[in-house]
Write a protein that binds this ligand. Structure first.
Ligand SMILES: *Cc1c(COP(=O)(O)O)cnc(C)c1O
Length: 225
């Protein structure tokens, strides 16, 4: 199967309410062009330099989502054009994005990354940290970022019940935050979860955005996590 066929296969089992982010990291620009020719307009990348290069070389109506861990000293390279930043994991990062966005008069949609997988990783808020961040209302003063929802990754395990449980707990947490802090904010509506191995589970557990790479573009040459 080629990229167009795999893309259509993934799309065919997504409800119309779920946005597909085609994760093109480590794949050549020609692969992005193939997916673009098949109608895909939203792509995800997790390396700043690679994202910049692709942004410069590829059609300007592509919406680029930054899905990886963002280092604070690299914010300025993507803020001028990025459509969404998925993995905001501290107030400081949110505040720095705000500062760079303010300089150029943009408002950047962001998602807060929740750490829910059992695996050891440095990134993401746990539920309590996220509650504390939102409770302390400093984020409301940041006029050049907009919190559009939450993002997470489930554990990389074969046990589907565990994956269901992890996504489900973040979905519940999303509802709690929506009610507490975003009840009248229509923009807080995104739940970014699900990758190649678990996006069908994610869709059952409330995902509104799936980030699918391998299933569309094939295996990556480099390891990226
Ligand atoms: C690489 C990556 C994906 C896509 O992973 P696949 O397994 O190739 O679908 C999704 N989300 C994040 C944060 C990633 O880094």
């Amino acid at each position: 199967m080629d990229i167009r066929e795999r893309l259509n296969q993934v799309k065919s089992i997504l409800p119309a309410t779920v946005t597909l982010i085609a994760v093109s990291k480590f794949h050549p620009e020609a692969d992005v062009e193939d997916a673009y020719a098949a109608g895909q307009r939203i792509f995800g990348e997790n390396i700043v330099q690679e994202l910049r290069r692709k942004y410069e070389n590829l059609p300007k109506d592509i919406q680029w989502h930054f899905i990886g861990h963002l280092q604070r000293n690299k914010i300025k390279y993507i803020v001028p054009f990025v459509s969404m930043i998925h993995a905001v994991d501290s107030f400081e990062l949110l505040s720095d994005i705000n500062q760079h966005a303010q300089k150029i008069g943009r408002v950047i949609p962001c998602l807060l990354q929740i750490h829910v997988a059992k695996e050891e990783t440095k990134f993401g808020f746990n539920f309590e940290e996220c509650r504390q961040m939102l409770k302390n209302e400093n984020w409301k003063k940041l006029e050049n970022v907009r919190i559009d929802g939450l993002m997470c990754m489930a554990s990389n395990v074969p046990d589907e019940a565990q994956i269901h449980q992890e996504f489900h707990s973040v979905w519940n947490f999303f509802n709690e935050m929506k009610q507490q802090y975003f009840e009248h904010d229509e923009h807080f509506c995104q739940r970014s979860w699900g990758m190649s191995s678990d996006y069908t589970i994610a869709v059952q557990e409330g995902s509104t955005m799936v980030r699918v790479g391998t299933k569309i573009f094939g295996n990556r040459l480099q390891k990226t996590e």
